[in-house]
Design a protein around this ligand. Structure first.
Ligand code: DO4
Ligand code: MG
Length: 280
């Protein structure tokens, strides 16, 4: 089932998306819905279909959830690790290390405050000259780290700031509108194999395609359960936490984001996440 949120009479509420229409779920946002499904031990899709209005409406997807926390995983694809080491002038360096070792790279990406909904602006830091889109599969967690569903993410990052010094990673990763999510959350029961998803990304500038790239989640070098297990060690993450699983698409310097660029990330099973870049 495709779930998410819509803006309805000034409030953001959960909705079921079917055939291009939305069936709002009154008095619940996505976080409420996931919490209720966990508390009542009712599958999320069953609960959503029981509570959703019988009258579909033409409402666009808003942010699929307002996550209390967003965490990012890094160097989970070989392309990401080798590119980052090469930027530091080393063939095998700290990025290859975390790609290879048991403990994954996991960093705090922010809260709902820094999230951008489908169609909203994604941010370019005013002090960055090379901000890149990072197209990623994202996981939305229920209670006790259980996967509630999947969505798409853009882990927008200031690569020049990360490149200058590894200790600048939080500044390259966390700032206004640094994390786009959407368009919807596909429930876990409807996506039994998250390792077989074809993902594409395009960047369009002034109406012309500037960049086009693709990957497959079959190249993800970690199990999602392993990422969640490490994230949850001595760290009681709240229900509704979103985990970005890392990028396998590396944008070249020529496609560094500029104001007005339109970034589209697509996975047919989930949908299309479209955002326009702006300086923040
Ligand atoms: O250490 C850098 C961050 C890596 C990352 O965000 C990714 O691989 O997606
Ligand atoms: Mg990333």
């Amino acid at each position: 089932m495709r779930l998410g949120q819509v803006k309805c009479e000034g409030a953001v509420i959960a909705a079921v998306f079917e055939g291009g229409m939305a069936r709002p779920i009154p008095e619940h946002n996505m976080l409420d819905l996931i919490r209720r499904s966990d508390a009542q031990k009712v599958p999320l899709s069953k609960l959503a279909s029981e509570l959703a209005s019988r009258h579909p409406e033409e409402l666009a997807p808003a942010l699929p959830i307002h996550p209390p926390e967003v965490w990012g995983c890094g160097c989970t694809y070989e392309t990401s690790a080798s590119f980052r080491d090469a930027e530091h002038g080393t063939r095998e360096g700290m990025y290859a290390y975390v790609y290879r070792e048991n403990r994954p790279e996991i960093f705090f990406k922010g809260t709902a405050r820094v999230c951008a909904a489908p169609g909203q602006t994604i941010g370019i830091r005013s002090d960055s000259r090379f901000t890149a889109a990072e197209p990623e599969l994202a996981v939305i967690l229920g209670a006790r780290g259980k996967v509630a569903g999947y969505t798409l993410a853009n882990d927008v990052s200031a690569w020049d700031i990360e490149r200058e010094n590894a200790l600048y990673l939080p500044q390259s990763k966390v700032y206004d509108a640094c994390c786009a999510l959407g368009p919807v959350m596909v429930t876990a029961d409807e996506l039994p194999d998250p390792y077989a998803l074809e993902m594409t990304c395009t960047i369009v500038r002034d109406g012309k395609e500037l960049y086009s790239g693709r990957t497959s989640t079959s190249r993800l070098n970690r199990k999602i359960e392993t990422l969640i297990e490490y994230l949850s060690r001595s760290n009681h993450i709240p229900t509704g936490t979103v985990v970005l699983t890392g990028t396998g698409i590396i944008i070249p310097q020529e496609a560094a984001l500029a104001p007005g660029d339109v970034v589209t990330i697509t996975v047919p099973e989930i949908g299309e996440l479209v955002n326009t870049a702006a300086t923040v």
